[in-house]
Design a protein around this ligand. Structure first.
Ligand SMILES: [Zn+2]
Length: 198
C-alpha cells in the first residue's frame, strides 16, 4: 500500500499502546512556517514514525523525515535543492513531573535522547499539542524538524553556482601562480645605482 497523507494529529497513547507505525507523505506547501525560508514549496516530505516502548519501558518515538527543499542560493539567488534526511529520536512524556521522576530514579540530569513533554508544547509552539492530552500535532513536529535542518546560509557548490566567486577566485589565483614573481625594475635600478656609487 502506498503511504497516504500524514494526518495533522495523532493519538499518542493509542499509537504507543499498539506499537503503531506511520508511513506517510506531507506536502511541503502545507508548511507555512517553513515556507518563509523556501524559494518555492514544491515537493513532499516522506515521513516514517514508529511509536514503541524502549528496553526500559519508556515511550520512544523514532522515525525519519526525508525531503528535498527548494531554497534560494544566497550568492546567485537561483534555486538550490537542499536534500534533508533526518532521524527523530524522542522520548515522550506526558508531563514534566513524569520526566523529572524518571530522572531522579535514574540519578541523571538529563536524558540521552531528545525529550518531548506533551503538556509543555504550548510554548513555544502552541499548535503542536491539542487540547486532548495525548494528541500530538505531527505535522508541526515534522515542520520543526525540517526547519532545524535548514542551512545557515544556503549556497550552491562552486561548480553549480552561476556566481561562483570562489571558483573565479581560484582561477585568478592559479593564473597568478603561473606568472613568476619578477624583481621590480626600480629595485634593480636602485641596486645598479648602489653598486656604481660604491
Ligand atoms: Zn548559486
Amino acid at each position: 500500500m502506498l503511504p497516504g497523507p500524514l494526518p495533522e494529529r495523532v493519538d499518542v497513547a493509542k499509537l504507543f499502546a499498539r506499537n503503531g507505525r506511520i508511513a506517510a507523505h506531507l506536502p511541503i506547501s502545507q508548511l507555512a512556517r517553513l515556507a518563509v525560508y523556501l524559494a518555492d514549496s514544491a515537493g513532499e516530505a516522506q515521513v516514517s514514525l514508529q511509536f514503541a516502548l524502549d528496553a526500559e519501558g519508556r515511550r520512544l518515538l523514532t522515525g525519519t523525515v526525508v525531503a528535498e527543499l527548494h531554497l534560494a542560493c544566497q550568492r546567485c539567488l537561483r534555486s538550490l535543492v537542499w536534500p534533508v534526511s533526518s532521524e527523530l529520536n524522542l522520548l515522550v512524556f506526558s508531563t514534566r513531573d513524569e520526566l523529572d521522576k524518571l530522572l531522579r530514579l535514574q540519578g541523571l540530569d538529563s536524558m540521552e535522547h531528545d525529550v518531548l513533554v506533551l503538556d509543555e508544547i504550548d510554548a513555544p509552539e502552541p499548535a503542536l499539542m491539542t487540547s486532548a492530552e495525548q494528541e500530538l500535532n505531527v505535522q508541526t513536529l515534522i515542520e520543526d524538524e525540517l526547519i532545524l535542518c535548514l542551512p545557515m546560509v544556503p549556497m550552491h557548490e562552486d561548480a553549480d553556482c552561476s556566481l561562483a566567486w570562489n571558483s573565479l577566485r581560484s582561477q585568478v589565483e592559479a593564473a597568478d601562480k603561473q606568472i613568476q614573481p619578477q624583481p621590480s625594475p626600480f629595485a634593480m635600478l636602485a641596486q645598479l645605482k648602489g653598486t656604481k656609487t660604491k
